[in-house]
Design a protein around this ligand. Structure first.
Ligand SMILES: Nc1ncnc2c1ncn2[C@@H]1O[C@H](COP(=O)(O)OP(=O)(O)OP(=O)(O)O)[C@@H](O)[C@H]1O
Ligand SMILES: O=P(O)(O)OC[C@H]1O[C@H](OP(=O)(O)OP(=O)(O)O)[C@H](O)[C@@H]1O
Ligand SMILES: O=C(O)c1cccnc1
Length: 497
């Protein structure tokens, strides 16, 4: 993909938090750099108080990993760093180590467009500790943002109930890279086009749009402006009708629509960008129908989001196409996803894997130890539960018990007979070599559509969704519990009270 190619062609290894580099140095200094480890990237809560999350960003992750290296100028910059006593922060032998470092991790991930839930890894990295560590910040940066926006787009398009949603966010997005990534993720999540021309060029997203109030204001009258636009784009006329007086604007649009029709052309529709969108769209529909334009579409815009679209649907507004910008590309009501990246296993000096857990007062923050994967059980085309399990687990068993990672009283028994199984994490890199064939953006969008269709409406509703069951397979649950007790030195007796 071109943008990521251009952006990632030069190494982005310094696009990280400084502490990753100081840890990398200390791993190297203490002889741990090449020790094998497993890290998992996951989030703890669905965004927007919703019931699901839509994964996006893997394509950027792939480019990042393929170009993961320290270039000469990166190393020169690091070599200049000094401790407070004037000595170099990183010794030159470490610089040489970084210079020759090649990405050699195994990386598994859920495909873009996969519906995913809290606690399930979206990306798993296995390889030299130093490399796994250095990937933390950039992987989180990429996955957190694109997953958030793809999820927002899925919610907005869900509210639009099959109507087209156009992404209009470029002018309000978080910078240039944020805008491009947001256009890409919005398309994956269900938008049908973007106003962002560069996103169209770089990613192949359909580009579309109408015109602004400035076009109307640059003429003496609105009618003149519509006529001139119709001259320039006889096949693409969507007239913005609310610059001065919306009802009069609709009348002018109809008048120019008739002129176009006399020339054998059809106006596509009108756009309303202010006022009561239910009231004006219904009046517009009636006026257009009465004037003989039943096929003219009504586009609405103005600070829309999934809640306002839902409300306008309930009000039976006559809106066919929704233009959504600011609230989509900035994920206005929840501007970060909050995925984390945690060490879950490390190979000790005897070559034995040791599961690792971070103990927390809040049980939601206790990570899942060991090398694990997740599987989705599907019955008659509907997903019924996801199970997170240890890689050593025998998946041919006929029944499993899954236990809620936060509340162990919530358990479900899964009888596998007649259920389809979909493995969620699939190999992307093996020993640094890419083994995954990247789908194109259209295929990713289709994967998102198929994935969203796997889930019952109850999990997709925007408010108070029904919680989809995701659980730890029993032996993984037991491993986690034992490890937490071990790390807390808990021997079954209450003490220290
Ligand atoms: N019928 C409706 N039901 C619910 N929300 C609506 C309805 N009509 C418009 N809205 C929303 O209400 C908000 C109106 O905001 P605001 O008052 O700033 O706009 P406006 O004054 O109509 O237009 P502008 O300030 O852009 O000229 C927007 O978010 C819009 O999408
Ligand atoms: O509202 P959004 O979802 O971000 O959609 C994009 C907005 O951008 C344009 O106007 P702009 O905001 O530039 O000016 P306006 O607010 O004065 O209409 C357009 O007319 C939409 O209102
Ligand atoms: O094409 C449009 O109508 C458009 C594009 C960007 C922002 N607002 C509207």
């Amino acid at each position: 993909m071109k943008i990521t190619k251009d952006l990632y062609q030069s190494s982005l290894a310094l696009l990280t938090d400084f502490y990753q580099l100081t840890m990398a140095y200390a791993y190297w200094k203490s002889g741990k750099a090449e020790q094998e480890a497993v890290f998992n990237l996951f989030f703890r809560k669905n965004p927007f108080q919703g019931g699901f999350t839509l994964a996006a960003g893997l394509d950027y992750v792939i480019d990042f990993c393929r170009n993961f290296r320290f270039d000469k100028d990166d190393l020169e910059y690091l070599a200049e760093m000094k401790n407070s006593d004037g000595t170099p922060t990183f010794e030159s032998a470490f610089m040489e180590y970084l210079e020759h470092m090649e990405f050699k991790c195994d990386l598994e991930a859920v495909e873009e467009g996969t519906v995913i839930f809290p606690h399930t890894p979206m990306v798993k990295v296995k390889g030299p500790l130093i490399q796994c560590q250095l990937l933390e910040t950039p992987l989180l940066n990429i996955m957190n943002f694109q997953t958030l926006i793809a999820t927002k787009a899925a919610r907005i398009t869900y509210a639009a109930k099959g109507d087209s949603v156009l992404e209009f966010g470029l002018r309000r997005a978080q910078g240039i890279d944020g805008a491009l990534a947001a256009s890409r993720a919005s398309y994956i999540g269900g938008c049908s086009a973007t106003s962002n021309v560069m996103a169209g060029k770089l990613f192949g997203i359909p580009v579309s749009g109408t015109h602004a109030h400035s076009w109307i204001m640059s003429f003496d009258t609105e009618l003149e402006a519509f006529e001139a636009y119709a001259d320039a784009f006889p096949d693409k006329c969507v007239f913005l009708v609310d610059t001065y007086d919306t009802i009069n604007g609709i009348k002018n649009a109809i008048e120019v629509g008739k002129i176009l029709r006399a020339k054998g052309k059809e106006m596509l529709g009108i756009r309303i960008d202010s006022g009561d969108l239910a009231y004006y769209s219904n009046i517009a529909r009636e006026m257009l129908d009465t004037a003989g334009f039943p096929n003219a579409k009504i586009v609405a815009s103005n600070d829309l989001d999934e809640q306002i679209i839902t409300s306008l649907k309930i009000q039976e507004a006559s809106i066919d196409i929704w233009g959504v910008g600011t609230k989509l590309v900035t994920a206005y009501d929840q501007p970060a996803l909050g995925a984390v990246y945690k060490l879950s296993a490390i190979k000790n000096t005897e070559g034995k894997w040791e599961p690792k857990v971070k103990v927390s007062q809040q049980s939601i923050k206790i990570n899942i130890p060991g090398e694990h994967n997740a599987i989705r059980f599907i019955r008659n085309g509907k997903a019924v539960a996801d199970m997170i399990y240890l890689e050593t687990e025998d998946l041919s068993k006929t029944s499993f018990t899954i236990i809620d990672p936060i509340d162990p009283t919530k358990r479900k028994k899964i009888m596998t007979k007649g259920l389809e199984q979909e493995k969620l994490l699939i190999p992307i890199f093996i020993a640094g070599q890419k083994v995954y064939e990247r789908p194109n953006l259209g295929q990713i969008k289709e994967n998102a559509r198929r994935n969203l269709n796997l889930f019952d409406k109850a999990h997709k509703r925007l408010v108070n969704p029904h919680i989809y069951p995701v659980g730890l397979e029993e032996s993984l649950y037991q491993l986690r519990t034992d490890l937490v007790f071990k790390m807390k030195n808990y021997d079954g007796e209450e003490s220290n009270i």
